[in-house]
Each structure stands twice: as C-alpha cells, then as structure tokens.
Design a binder for this molecule. Sequence first.
Ligand SMILES: *Cc1c(COP(=O)(O)O)cnc(C)c1O
Length: 465
Amino acid sequence: MTGLQQKMFQELESQKGLKLAHNHALSYVKQIFDRNVYPSESALKNLARFNEDLPRETGNPETILDLLNTYGGPATVATSGSRYFGFVTGSTLPITLASKSLSTVWDQAPAMHVTSPIGSKLETVVEDWLRKLFQLPESTVAGFVSGTSLANFCGLAAARFHQLSKLGWNVNEKGLNGSPRLRVVAGRQCHSTILKAISLLGFGVDHIEWVPTDDQGRIIASEIPQLDETSILILQAGNVNTGSFDDFNTICKSAQEKGAWIHIDGAFGLWAQATTNLSHLTKGMEHADSWAVDAHKTLNTPYDSGIVLCKNPEALKSALHMTGSYIITSPQRDGMFYTPEMSRRSRIIELWAALRYLGKAGVDQLVETMHHRAIQFKEELQQIAGFRVLNEVVFNQVLVRCDTDEITEKVMAHIQDQRECWVGGSAWENKKTIRISICSWATTSADVSRSVASFRKAITAVTHE
Ligand SMILES: *Cc1c(COP(=O)(O)O)cnc(C)c1O
C-alpha cells in the first residue's frame, strides 16, 4: 500500500471529511432564506483566495473543506433560497438535497443496467411516471440528460434521423453531405438553445424558416408555412421572457397529418401539463413527437437535470446509438441508448425522489403556487408608479419595464445592489426589461412583498437622483 492510499483509507475510516462537509452543508441550509441573495462585494473579492498554484504535496481534507466553506459558500448565489428570480432558475426541494447527498456517495453511472441496477430501475420507473404525468402516448421513452439544451438537441437529432430515414437516407451512415434536404421551421421567439441544436446538427441557422410571433412571443398559427414530410416544426411551452405558450391544439394536429416532426421546447413550461388549472396552456401537446423539459427548473431538483421525451423510441435510440464490443446490453434499461453520453451521473435519483415525494397532487400545487406568486408580483408592482408589466402572466414569468431604458437599467442595478432579491435584465420588443421568474418552491407571498419593497426603494432612489 502506498502512503497516499493509507492516508485516504484513514480519512474514510475516520469519516472526518464527510462529517465536516455535512456540517458545513447543514449550516448553509440553515441560513439560505435569510442571507443576501447575491454574494457581497467582500465575498466576491475573497475569491482571490483561490488563486493558488497547484500544490506540490498532498493536502488534508480539513483545509480543503475549510477553504470551500469560508470563501466558497459566501460567493454562492442563493438560488436555492426563496427570493432569487433571475433567468429561470429552480430551487431545490429538501428531499432532493437529501437524496442527492446519498447518491453522491453512491456515485452511480447508469450507462447500462450492469453498471447501475438501481439507476436503471429508477429511470424505468420515472419514465413511466412522466409519461402518465404529461399524458403522453404509450410508446414515449425518456432520456435523462443534463438540461433542456441537450434535450432539445436529442429531440431534434431524433427528428433528423427519422425524417431522413423516411426518405431512404441513413444519416448515421451517410451524413449530411448530399442528403435530401430537411426543412426546419421555428418561431421567431424560440430559445437560443434551439439555435445551438440546429447548428450542432448541421441544419444551419440561416436555413430556418421563421414564423412570426405575436406580442407575447407565441407563433402565429396562420403564418406557419405549408409543412410536409421533410419538415421539422419547433414549438415552445413557456417563452423565456413572457412565459407564453404556442397554441399546440391548433397547430399540432394538422402539422402531424402533413408528416412534419413536431418538437416542443418546454424547459420550464411543460410542467403546466401536470396541473389541474394550468393544463389549458399545453392542450394538444400530446400530438407532438418529441419534448424537452427540465427537472432543475420548475420541479426544483438540483442541477443538472433535463429530460428528452420521444414518442418514437427507434428514432431516439437510432439517433443516439453507439456500440462497442465491450458493451453489455440487458433486457432491462440501458440508459445510454437514450442519451448522447455513455457515462453520466445518476441524476435520476433526485428526480425519482422529487416525484416520489410530491406525488401528482404535490407537483400540481408546486407549479400552481409559482403561478399565483407571479400574479401577486404583477399586481403589487402595478400599484407602484413607474413600473409597467408587459406580459400576460399566464405562468411564472413577469416582464416589467420603467419609462425609459436608462431608468430600467438603473432600477435593476439598484435592486441587485440591495441583494434582498435578484432579478436579471432582458429585452422585449427592442426595449430593456426586468425579468422576474418565480421558480422556487420556497417563495412565499411575504417573499414577494419583500421583493416588491426592494423594487419600490429602487425606483424611488433612481427617480429622486
Ligand atoms: C432554460 C431554457 C432552455 C435551456 O435549458 P438548460 O437546462 O439551461 O439547458 C431551453 N429553452 C427554454 C425555453 C428555457 O427556458
């Protein structure tokens, strides 16, 4: 045994490192709802502590964990608290933190059943639960990936494989050089990760047939070009600014009849389908072919957790297929046939725990509460002179602006400086906006009012400068 091995065996046996990390984690959780939402100036400055050369010698766990705890923790953004409203960033359900801690120690990679029977089992169970929760066709399969960026990529890769194979072209073997041409049709307000997927898949963003959108970012159904069996139509459940949904009920059926492949980017919005009172937003989505959704946004699992769902298992598996002489397939689920990666972490454990904990009623309540808080935010902001809400708050996003771009920017900077809450900026119809995304299980109505107070303070300060 080497000295290093001996040292590490001792560390495991004493459990000191694990216990210390656990204690630091517990203190972090204890103060997450009270601390400044964004790191203080001094915490940011202290990050310089990490500017070290790679040590020459082996260190010790206490020093390393102490560095993380003392200088790392304060420089985190409190996204798992209750007043972070930036981008569309989910919090973390307590059960997911607990189950992830355990699974971190397990360190499973569910590439194949043989590499992790528990990972394979939970992926099978959750695939079935999601199919039912989202009321998708019986044949639908799921791939558990890092996020919707990759889920969009996988859905569109399945589309590419399937649409080309209908034309007698195996894209895996023959590539795109000289292939029959596919048409990609997308709304003007599609997410940037759709563009990334389109570039990665070799379609070229210059070749997208753009569909105009209305003032909420929804595709204008009557403006969709004539579709055919070479088409891939990309729709959206939850615009990243307004939270709006394309009208699947009007669009999907006829697109499907024409032989188009329909992909829905529903990173945070697809969860509307799992609710009682918001599922009108996703009506008709079951007529699509593939769907992308995040668990780490609306469902509040830890990062990173996205899901691609595909009605045609062969299309998804063929698009992502890989093989090797050492691969041991089994009658049970081998997760890597549904994802681009071979090895990946077993994010399924927290996802399973989240759904097992919440149940159908809990998911419904989680999502609907976010909507109610967004409505509250809108209503309280509308009471304050100088703020204008720009969107119909149909889901969890609230888009506001002040009288001019300059005031909007100053007000946002002022809100960010207070660190009571955190909101980011965006642009809508060529004007600067402040975007509020309610995406945490923990946001109470008191949190909303406290954050609105921060908005009030900011606009008062800026307009009295
Ligand atoms: C967040 C988001 C994405 C990208 O998802 P990641 O999980 O960040 O990869 C794609 N589309 C929409 C609409 C989003 O909100």
